[in-house]
Design a protein. Structure first.
Ligand SMILES: [Zn+2]
Length: 92
């Protein structure tokens, strides 16, 4: 299965691989070298960083719902505003 190209183009080489492993990265399930590679890719790749930011926020919210207190209020506010933006049509 491929990532959708909703931004009007395919993601650069390596992005799908990174995005597939973002959750492992967030869970600290990757070894140091793999984690560094993903972090470095996110630093260099704006599309991935954008996705990562949203996914990290969503994941943090999920953890919070499950009883862990990992999502600061500013992060929750940020993801909620992101989701609200995503639901809006860009040119009303
Ligand atoms: Zn990327």
């Amino acid at each position: 299965m491929r990532m959708s190209d909703e931004n009007g183009g395919t993601l650069p080489e390596g992005c799908e691989h990174v995005l597939e492993r973002v959750y492992e990265f967030l869970d600290h399930e990757l070894d140091e070298a793999s984690g560094d590679a993903i972090r470095q890719h996110l630093v260099d790749c704006e599309p991935c960083l954008d996705r990562f930011d949203v996914e990290q926020a969503v994941k943090a919210l999920v953890n919070r719902c499950c009883g862990n207190d990992l999502a600061p209020d500013h992060l929750r506010a940020r993801v909620l505003s992101r989701l609200a933006q995503a639901r809006q049509t860009p040119s009303a």
